[in-house]
Write a protein that binds this ligand. Structure first.
Ligand code: P5A
Ligand code: ZN
Length: 470
């Protein structure tokens, strides 16, 4: 199970989307696809993790409309500048032109904040912490790719919060980062957190923190962002509250979002030459049982499997009774990433064992029949751990500290990695570095650093990460 798939990742990715029955990408609109039952189940388990993490920290789920009146969308100058090229418009009701054009939400600030203005009255109303998981539409002009760059983002998870002071909003940014870190951890997705350079922040935000992960082909993917909005949107949408001194003040806001990209990362980072390798918590089937039938013993095998199935109540178990050879069945469930396969034949019954095969390592071993349930639990937990650690190590092994533009190029183009380097922080110099290296500055790291900028040689105080992003 070596690394061949990494070298043909693009092909591997399209293949598993189709063969593991995640999406049907033949829908006749570019960048818009159909979720198939198996993919949809994975999505549902991922959403359960997202909801759980957000609700644990006091976010409440809401549902705002898909359509946004043009005058609301246009209100926040910087925001609309960032999105105007990407908005889909509804201009007609039947054959009649609409008096007010309606946008399909590219994100929901301009749908939600006019309502916040109605709801919020005093400091006692804070904090407001809501989220929704909806579809959003962005007319992306870069190359679209299933789950990665969509025109209909089907799984847009967005949280929006309001507070009575900048400090409280800062604390909320931290909580947003913690929530997302927990979600990625549960899914075994390693990431680097950085602050986006000014020119790459969310339109209308004070600053943007972003999570990036590294795909097997050496490209980075932004899998989530947390934005400090300050009072920018509150001023535009007149979200005011009466503060402790009895004065009217604009609210302080944050928002954060993630999307289908999280599922793309989940599928891609844990794959191998044989297909997917799913984290047990989000696997639609956690244990697949394959009967190894032999003439004269079919009933015995089936009876044994019935017993095993009963004993594994609580796990998502599937018995593959199709009239196909076992080898063919193994192959099918490997593509689909089922974490654990149990093989049951007359030999196993005679020896009072069940044969376990781990999807992540390919290991095959007998387990005593009476230890079945405990072993299933143990092995599934170990698979989760192993997949997470493997992905984490891979990312770490692909981050290189370098101190020249030449070496940034070398890291990104030859080693398929991420470069950690030094930058003075000046925009013109940053843009120049990006051009000369033909690599993006992804973001600025928290840790302090000493040295000189790889662009201009001036003093640099922060490390930055550079990579080729999707
Ligand atoms: C935060 C939520 C926002 O839209 N408003 C509400 C804020 N931020 S964002 O960075 O623009 O988007 C959040 C995350 O969505 C993913 N994403 C996409 N996924 C798939 N296809 C796209 N076309 C697409 N565009 C953005 C990114 O992971 C991004 O961080
Ligand atoms: Zn510089």
């Amino acid at each position: 199970m070596e690394e061949k798939w990494r070298n043909r990742f693009g092909e591997w990715y399209s293949d598993i989307i189709e063969k593991a029955e995640i999406l049907d990408v033949r829908y006749p609109v570019k960048g818009i696809h159909v979720w198939l039952p198996y993919g949809f189940k994975i999505r549902r388990y991922v959403l359960a993790i997202i909801r759980n993490e957000l609700e644990k920290r006091g976010h409440e789920e809401t549902l705002f409309p898909l359509l946004i009146p043009d005058y609301e969308l246009a209100k926040e100058g910087k925001h609309i500048k960032g999105f105007e090229d990407e908005v889909y418009w509804v201009t007609h009701g039947g054959i009649n032109p609409l008096e007010v054009k309606l946008a399909l939400r590219p994100t929901s600030e301009t749908a939600i904040y006019p309502m916040f203005a109605l709801w919020i009255r005093s400091h006692a109303d804070f904090p407001v912490k809501i989220y929704q998981i909806v579809n959003t539409f962005r007319y992306e002009t870069k190359h679209t790719r299933p789950l990665i760059r969509l025109r209909e983002i089907t799984t847009f998870s967005e949280a929006h919060t309001c507070h009575g002071s900048y400090e409280e909003a800062e604390a909320q940014v931290k909580e947003g980062v913690d929530s997302y870190s927990s979600i990625f951890k549960a899914l075994g997705i390693p990431f680097i957190l950085s602050r986006r350079p000014e020119w790459d922040k969310f339109p209308g935000a004070d600053y943007t923190l972003a999570f990036d992960t590294l795909f097997p082909d050496g490209r980075t993917l932004q899998i989530g962002t947390v934005h400090q909005l300050g009072q920018n949107f509150a001023e535009t949408f007149e979200i005011t509250f009466e503060n402790l001194e009895g004065e009217q003040e604009y609210a302080y806001q944050t928002c954060y979002g993630m999307s289908d990209r999280v599922i793309a990362a989940l599928l891609s980072l844990h794959g191998d030459d044989s297909g997917l390798s799913l984290i047990p918590e989000v696997a639609p089937i956690q244990v697949v049982i394959i009967p190894v039938w032999k003439k004269g013993h079919i009933d015995e095998v089936n009876r044994e499997i019935g017993g095993i199935d009963k004993e594994l109540v609580g796990y998502r178990v599937h018995i593959d009774n199709r009239d196909k050879r076992p080898g063919r069945k193994y192959y099918d469930w490997e593509i689909k990433g089922v974490p654990l396969r149990l093989e049951v034949g007359i030999r196993d019954i005679e020896n009072q064992v069940v044969t376990f095969v781990r999807r992540d390592t390919g290991e095959k071993f007998p387990v005593k029949r009476e230890e079945l349930r405990d072993k299933v639990e143990e092995v599934l937990e170990d698979i989760r751990k192993n997949l997470s650690e493997r992905a984490q190590k891979y990312l770490e092994s692909r981050i290189f500290k370098v101190y020249s533009i030449e070496n940034v190029k070398e890291v990104v183009y030859n080693k398929k990695g991420i470069a950690k380097t030094l930058w003075c922080g000046r925009k013109d110099c940053g843009v120049d570095i990006e051009e000369r290296a033909d690599v993006d500055i992804l973001g600025i790291l928290e840790e302090e650093a000493e040295g000189s900028c790889i662009g201009c040689g001036e003093k640099a105080e922060k490390q930055v990460i550079m990579g080729r992003s999707y």
